[in-house]
Ligand binder design. Structure first.
Ligand code: FES
Length: 505
């Protein structure tokens, strides 16, 4: 390896003045690079010079050898660091899995205790045993389905997110990221934004937006024809383009329920899951080209197309949508099972996978106030958790609030039918807390119990928006009580069409 020497080192090595070396450089007889000369060039420029005093040269040789040795050592160390960090990631993941398994074990043991108490009190032992078997199967199968994300994987995800093109929508100033594999429309919907669209395949033009900055790539077929004026202003279809760079788009977004049109969509039953004796989870799938536009917290009318009433009309009922608008072609409903409800009975006994159910709506104004800077408190009674779940998932996808608190109230431990989901939010998100409350189903008892919790856990309620899905007479009682605790009228939001177990007045 040829050695680089500073001018002073070179002068000392060959016993000449520094000025002599500079002179050779000016005469173009010696090349200087970044203030250094190369030893072989120096020998050519000063062939008569004496190199007998090799002290400096030896020192240089030793320095270079040390440096080479250190580089090799550093590579070996680097390989060890790599191996160690891979091992650390693996251990981290195993730890997360084991922690989760331990948590589920605790849950299972608690549940088993309760089930044995119920079993011993139930006169029909065979039914009770079958129910216990089914419950055990569901409780343990959840473990297999869950995905774990270690802190290192979370960091990798964050870096990946950072590298993806960022999209800014005007005038709302909403931001989201878009991967290369999804259209601008798909990523906006996934991010929970209520942008306008229709066919999702380049025909209707409803998804058009004005490209203000950045570059896009056309990826989909497009039948819709822009006018010359629209072309010159840079309009594009968000359903047929992906982002090549960070971009800014001008587009309309639904900001209130008035911006959402009434829609009629025929869906297919994707899944019917009986969670326990009083709740069924019904999951519907819309056609890919006709997803439901709705705001989180809204409800919709469902028509069982193949199951008719006496007047030959399909059996129908209205339920809150429990899923997030960010997944607008998979819709979830929590159907309370009641003796006298024909709709729930058909779902439970007769409805099959892939049958058609027609939706009409959405309705209701129990939606998130996106302009409010306040933190959020969600309060659900029993299956009132359904619209609350939609609101929470929406608030999370928009990263809307500094803190989110959920109070889920019911009479029995098993009525918290998505307790694991709430616990996982609580564990995974720094800004989310979950409190489950069990109390007697009497209006004043429920109100007292809730206020006690709010009082213990918050100094005041001035900077909170409260969203409450509970029976009407509980809402009536809570309103003045919350006002006396400092909550302003505009910060209280009540779901008025609650389906579920009534609380005794
Ligand atoms: S949604 Fe119809 S053209 Fe894009």
């Amino acid at each position: 390896m040829d050695r680089h020497l500073s001018l002073s080192q070179a002068a000392r090595l060959i016993g000449v003045k520094r000025g002599d070396i500079q002179k050779k450089i000016q005469e173009n007889k010696l090349t200087v690079m970044e203030g250094t000369v190369v030893l072989s060039d120096l020998k050519k420029a000063f062939p008569e010079a004496s190199y007998e005093d090799n002290t400096m040269l030896e020192k240089m040789e030793k320095f270079m050898q040390d440096a080479v040795h250190k580089m090799a050592q550093s590579e070996r160390d680097g390989a060890q660091v790599d191996a160690l960090s891979r091992r650390l990631v693996k251990i981290n993941k195993e730890l997360a899995i084991e922690r989760n398994r331990a948590y589920h074990m605790e849950e299972l043991i608690d549940g088993m205790k309760q089930k044995f108490i119920d079993l011993s009190a139930n006169p029909n032992q065979e039914n009770a045993y079958n129910e216990l078997k089914q419950w055990f199967h569901t409780a343990t199968s959840i473990w297999e389905e869950e995905k774990f994300t270690t802190p290192v994987e979370q960091l990798e995800n964050q870096i990946e997110q950072f590298m993806l093109p960022h999209i800014r929508l005007l005038p709302s100033r909403h931001d989201y990221v878009s991967s290369k594999s999804e259209t601008l429309l798909e990523s906006a919907l996934r991010s929970g934004l209520a942008v306008d669209y229709g066919c999702n395949n380049g025909k209707c033009g409803k998804c058009k937006a004005k490209l203000l900055t950045g570059q896009v790539e056309k990826t989909g077929h497009q039948d819709f024809v822009f006018s010359e004026s629209e072309k010159s202003q840079g309009y594009i279809l968000t359903c047929s383009n992906t982002a090549k760079t960070d971009i800014t788009l001008e587009t309309e977004e639904a900001v209130s329920v008035d911006d959402i049109p009434l829609q009629t969509i025929t869906t297919k039953v994707k899944e019917i899951e009986r969670l326990n004796e009083h709740v069924i989870i019904l999951t519907l799938k819309t056609p890919r080209s006709q997803r439901l536009r709705f705001l989180a917290g809204q409800h919709i009318e469902l028509f069982l197309d193949n199951h008719l009433q006496d007047n030959n009309q399909p059996i129908n009922a209205e339920y809150s949508i429990a899923s997030c608008p960010c997944n607008a072609n998979i819709l979830e409903f929590h159907i309370p099972v009641k003796e006298d409800e024909r709709f729930a009975k058909v779902i439970m006994q007769d409805l099959k996978q892939n049958e058609s159910i027609t939706l009409n709506g959405p309705h209701g104004n129990f939606v998130l106030d996106e302009d409010s800077p306040n933190s959020l408190i969600f309060i659900a009674w029993d299956t009132g958790f359904s619209p609350i779940k939609s609101l929470i998932e929406h608030a999370m996808s928009l990263d809307h609030a500094d803190t989110i608190h959920l109070y889920w109230m019911t009479t029995k431990v098993e009525n918290h039918y998505m307790h694991n989901l709430c616990r996982s939010w609580n564990d995974a998100l720094d800004n989310f807390t979950y409190t489950r409350i069990m109390c007697e189903a009497k209006t004043d008892v429920v109100a007292d119990s809730l206020l006690q919790h709010l009082h213990n856990e918050h100094n005041h309620l001035l900077n909170f928006d409260l969203y409450i899905a509970a029976p009407g007479h509980l809402n009536h009682l809570l309103k003045p009580l919350l006002t006396s605790h400092g909550v302003k009228g505009q910060n209280m939001h009540f779901e008025s069409t609650f389906h579920g177990d009534d609380i005794i007045d």
